[in-house]
Ligand binder design. Sequence first.
Ligand code: B12
Ligand code: SF4
Length: 382
Amino acid sequence: MNYAHLKEELIEYSKTIGIDKLGITTADPFLSLKDRLIAQQENNFASGFEHSNIDERVDPRLSVQQARTIISIAVAYPSKLKNPPKSLPGKRRGFFSRSSWGVDYHDVLNERLKKLEAFLEARCGPEAMMRMVDTGALSDRAVAERAGVGWSAKNTFIITEEFGSYVFLGNLITTIPFPVDKPLEDLCGSCTKCIDACPTGAIVEPGVLNAQVCLSYQTQTKGFMADEFRSKIGNHLYGWDTCQLVCPYNKKIPQPAHKEMEPDPEKVKPLLLPLLSLSNKEFKREFGHMAGSWRGKKPIQRNAIIALAHYKDQTALPKLVELMHDDPRPVIRGTAAWAIGKIGDSKKEENELLIAKKREEDQEVLEEIDKGLTLLGFAVEK
Ligand code: B12
Ligand code: SF4
């Protein structure tokens, strides 16, 4: 079998099924990544969303014993929203980051990798292969970097020269001895725009992210959001793109034409208030197909309440009072109480908070009620 020829055929085929870039690397262990992953944990910089077994993360052969190569694919996604609906007083809107536009990228990339698998099986017979998109053991970025798909940039992204960093990554581990590609030159140079623009200083040094303070991570947690981040997330419901938006390599890039990834403006910039009344079933129907729904309804609703507080939207007060009194979830009751303090300006809101304070039994919610009262100028006894 001529594997160089097979690789050429594979690359040609990949273009016909919506893969924008493909590179191949060996299945050798990612040695320098190991220390990096250990350091992330020791410094408490990891998010907790990473695959937990570090040996499996760095050694592809713990996933596929006879692995010879890893195919890395990149699929570009749009970064510009056509005809965005306006966020108006009384009709304020939230925002899902670009990685959540269109159909969940896990489904899109997995479907494309399945096609690559079938293509290779038809030519090589049954081979041991394993697909990975985001949730697999390997670091998708480390694979893409070594396969020459893009360089590993200061903002920790893989940046492609063709599509900037707006690419999703996926891998196919194979037992096929393809010739491999070379890593690309790092083109960040002396630029530090992403480091300077990050509102929380999350890029602690070039290529190192403290995920705990990254606003993308903060929008995805399920508990109470620390006050310092509430004032920063603005109207963001899921994810964060500042370190991509400021990057010069994302400025003059083509908008990809993948139908599945086209954003529905009403879904990616939804009205905030209706989000607070969605049942689980309605949430799944409306947002379940989006990558940003993976943590369920609660973080999105919590962030929607914070966004309404950010806008000081008075029309939200009746709903927030209802949530503070009746919602079974402490995070929602407490965040609503804090938001009432942020938005409210009358005795009425103060009375509602005092009523809630008498009834509430959850310690964290009680603290949020006190924050709300303090924001309204009420002297809270400690
Ligand atoms: C956990 C995780 C997160 C966490 C932590 C992110 C992080 N930077 O570590 C949080 C929740 C914050 C997050 C946020 C986002 N994520 Co995320 N995330 C992941 C996940 C599941 C694991 C990442 C990981 O292991 N990080 C640990 C670090 C240490 O490793 P790494 O970044 O993978 O690898 C690099 C470093 O190790 C570095 N490195 C290695 N050795 C050395 C040595 C030195 C000296 C240095 C400096 C660096 C260095 O080079 C490696 C290659 O670039 C991957 C999917 C996967 N399975 O890999 C997606 C992934 C990284 N996420 C992705 C995306 C799209 C996002 C968001 C844009 C979503 C959004 N809009 O909000 C943000 C971007 C935030 C950011 N600046 O990274 C994409 C990135 C695509 C790309 N072009 O790079 C991925 C690859 C998913 C995918 N399959 O497409 N994510
Ligand atoms: S903003 Fe500058 S430093 Fe940051 S990733 Fe882009 S080119 Fe590199």
